[in-house]
Ligand binder design. Structure first.
Ligand SMILES: [Zn+2]
Ligand SMILES: [Zn+2]
Length: 347
């Protein structure tokens, strides 16, 4: 089968790879119907993900159809549509039992390295072997198309987590720095917690327009420093909750300057480089800092919101390619060409 495979020298290539087989009774085999390219795939391609070795199949955002189930699997049957979380979990270890399934001690990201993985291959291919199927896969209702369901396991879970861990209270002003797919998912999710205003900051017109369509006040960072724009929009006070959805060290510092005294900075960007951490300032102003990977235990609820029609993520999909055009798709995504926001691959 054809797959997008990480190559030496920070390259990717389309390669023929062996088809996976079920290896345990709790596993299923999934035929991938839609996979997405994520910003962290670019980190991997650019050599910024520690421990990642060439030869691994790329991709951790996908949905598909069950083709085979292990003997112990009870929730799924061949033909069922399923959405995968970005990272699998076992359901039994101490992290899982605390409900922090994204930190499962036996889990790992699809196509992850030694730090983030447990030998799982990625999903930008035709077939994927999925362990812990009953614990961590999410059934897709008929009314949710692939183009929406594919966001539940990472983009929407992470955006929702950004809003939730920010402890947004009714009437708060929330600022989201970065209106890529995760930032827009954070804008949408912030709205679920009753803020009086969501400020959305970016430097690209199409992203700002989409943020406006999702009910946010767009602020163009080409017209000034992000923290200044947020202060101007809040009578100098700063926002109650500021969400960092980029993974940029400079943006993190802007978040600290943009949040009100005693407010919360919620970080969900993945930082591939070192970050300055001004603890003195944070302590003096009583700032709260929340961070972490997307809370994947909410997948079923988020899928239910999509099924009800109260959330619509389809505007995030700007491009769809066949798997054989994956290199072209990566180039488009990497360079933000053609107003690209999210690229889907159809194996
Ligand atoms: Zn992702
Ligand atoms: Zn676990």
């Amino acid at each position: 089968m054809l797959a997008v495979v990480l190559q030496p020298g920070n390259q990717i290539a389309l390669r023929e790879v062996p088809e996976p087989r079920i290896q345990g009774p709790d596993e299923i085999l999934i035929q991938v119907t839609t996979a997405a390219i994520c910003g962290s795939d670019l980190h991997a391609k650019q050599g910024l993900t520690p421990g990642l070795k060439p030869g691994v199949i790329m991709g951790h955002e996908f949905v598909g159809r069950v083709v085979e189930v292990g003997q112990a699997v009870i929730r799924f049957r061949p033909g069922d549509r399923v959405a995968a979380p970005a990272s699998v979990w076992c359901g039994c270890c101490p992290s899982c039992r605390r409900g922090q399934v994204q930190y499962c001690e036996r889990g790992g990201i699809w196509g992850g390295g030694e730090i983030f993985g447990s030998g799982l291959q990625g999903a930008q291919t035709a077939l994927v072997r999925a362990p812990f199927a009953d614990a961590c896969l999410c059934a897709i209702p008929d009314e949710v198309p692939d183009e929406q369901a594919v966001f539940v396991g990472d983009v929407l879970s992470t955006g929702y987590h950004a809003a939730r861990q920010g402890n947004i209270r009714t009437g708060d002003v929330v600022a989201v720095l970065g209106c890529g797919p995760i930032g827009l998912a954070a804008v949408i999710s912030a709205g679920l917690f009753g803020p009086r205003r969501v400020l959305a900051l970016d430097a690209l017109d199409n992203r700002l327009e989409l943020a406006r369509a999702y009910g946010a006040v767009p602020l163009d960072v080409r017209q000034g420093d992000a923290s200044e724009l947020i202060r101007q929009a809040t009578n100098g006070l700063g926002a109650d909750v500021v969400i960092e959805a980029i993974g940029n060290p400079n943006t993190f510092l802007q978040c600290l300057r943009a949040v009100r005294r005693g407010g919360t900075v919620s970080v969900v960007g993945i930082f591939p480089s070192k970050v300055e951490f001004p603890l003195g300032r944070m302590s003096a102003y009583g700032l709260n800092l929340s961070m972490g990977l997307g809370a994947l235990k909410h997948m079923d609820r988020l899928m239910a919101l999509l099924a009800s029609g109260s959330l619509d993520l389809s505007p995030l999909v700007t491009h769809v390619f066949g798997l054989e055009q994956a290199l072209e798709a990566y180039e488009l995504f990497e360079d933000h060409k053609d107003q690209c926001l999210k690229v889907l691959l159809k194996p």
